[in-house]
Design a protein around this ligand. Structure first.
Ligand SMILES: [Zn+2]
Ligand SMILES: [Zn+2]
Length: 363
């Protein structure tokens, strides 16, 4: 096998506010890796946060880092030990590579692995570039009816699947989703596809709630500056209006990270219900812990996902979840800065912005 490095094009973050579209070098795939011609990459809130702030919590961009972790592409080269794929296969890329050896990995909770190498979490490079190497066992072959754009959406869809698994969602349950951004909308759609009987969505933006309504939310509440008690009251009124118990929802998925929304999530969940925290906001939030205690409301953390890609792919391939309406904007790789700006400002009704890398060949 020839072992040459070559140059391709990537979106490289040098420091906060300094994102450059420039030449990056691509090495040969390792023996267990495939080389992929990247086709579609979704921009995530975390990519934008690294761009605007240069860090998320303890993860600080110290050296130039390629952004992007919601990616799909076509296999162009196989590592010497890869037998599960052929050149030309279309794949979705699960962006986190755990150690596969620790007790957390072995117990199936590899999202919590201490050795996790996750795309575009410093110092690990992401996949917003035209060519990229990835371990074959974290690639998933796409059936012909799933597009590259849809395959990129399997990443945020995985977040929703894992959140609802953590919430213990059962068919027939009522669900509250706080926040109608891409992850909130995907949680609403996944809850419905999983048999939730009634899904309420809250947000501060009327425009986002209108989108939630169009995509199938049963009720939407504009929370503005309402207190947790007021939001909880409105949620219970909606439930009763539809013949359900006014005790609160069975499960709440908090996707906004806003402090008052975390409090609302607890207040609006029924006794013995469950709140899962997906949104990341302030590191410390004051919550009504006694109220949660005496009503046995479980509060559970959620971090990324594990073993969800195959399920997410089947949900999209079977038509149970249609992610296409969430894709509102597309840009070419060379215009990535515009794409990041649209995602940051959410202007023109932007929900999910996809970067098309298919025309960005080797440099
Ligand atoms: Zn993401
Ligand atoms: Zn591990």
């Amino acid at each position: 096998m020839d072992s040459e490095k070559f140059q391709c094009v990537g979106a490289v973050l040098h420091k906060a506010g300094d994102l450059r579209i420039e030449s990056v070098s691509v090495r040969e795939p390792l023996e267990d890796e495939v080389q992929i011609s990247i086709q579609s990459v979704g921009i995530c809130g975390s990519d934008v946060h690294y761009w605007t702030h240069g860090s998320i919590g303890p993860f600080i961009v110290k050296d130039p880092m390629i952004l992007g972790h919601e990616s799909s592409g076509m296999i162009t080269k196989l590592g010497s030990k890869v037998t599960s794929f052929s050149i030309g296969d279309r794949v979705a890329i699960e962006p986190g590579i755990p150690c596969r050896k620790c007790t957390l990995c072995k117990s199936g909770k590899y999202n919590l692995c201490h050795e996790m190498q996750f795309c575009a979490t410093p110092p690990i490079h992401g996949s917003l570039c035209s060519y990229y190497n990835h371990p074959a066992d974290f690639c998933y072959k796409l059936p012909s009816n799933v597009s590259y754009d849809e395959a990129a959406m399997l990443e945020p869809l995985s977040v929703a699947l894992h959140a609802l698994q953590r919430a213990g969602l059962k068919a027939g349950n009522s669900v509250l989703v706080c926040g109608a951004g891409p992850v909130g909308l995907l949680n609403m759609m996944t809850a419905k596809a999983s048999g939730a009987s009634f899904v309420i969505v809250t947000d501060i933006s009327e425009q986002r709630l209108e989108t939630a309504r169009k995509l199938g939310a049963d009720a939407c509440i504009s929370v503005g500056k309402l207190s947790a008690v007021e939001v909880s009251k409105l949620v219970c009124e909606e439930l009763m209006k539809h013949g359900l118990s006014g005790d609160g929802v069975d499960a709440t998925v908090e996707c906004s990270g806003a402090s008052e929304s975390v409090r609302s999530a607890i207040a609006a969940t029924k006794p013995a219900g469950c709140v899962v925290l997906v949104g990341m906001g302030a590191p410390e939030v004051q919550i009504p812990v006694l109220d949660a205690s005496v009503r046995e409301v479980d509060i559970r953390g959620v971090f990324r996902y594990a073993n969800t890609y195959p399920l997410a792919l089947r949900l999209v391939a079977s038509g149970k979840i249609d992610v296409k309406p969430l894709i509102t904007h597309r840009f070419e790789l060379k215009d990535s800065l515009d794409a990041f700006e649209v995602t940051r400002t959410m202007k023109d009704g932007a929900i999910k912005v996809i970067i098309d890398c298919s025309n960005s060949a080797k440099a």
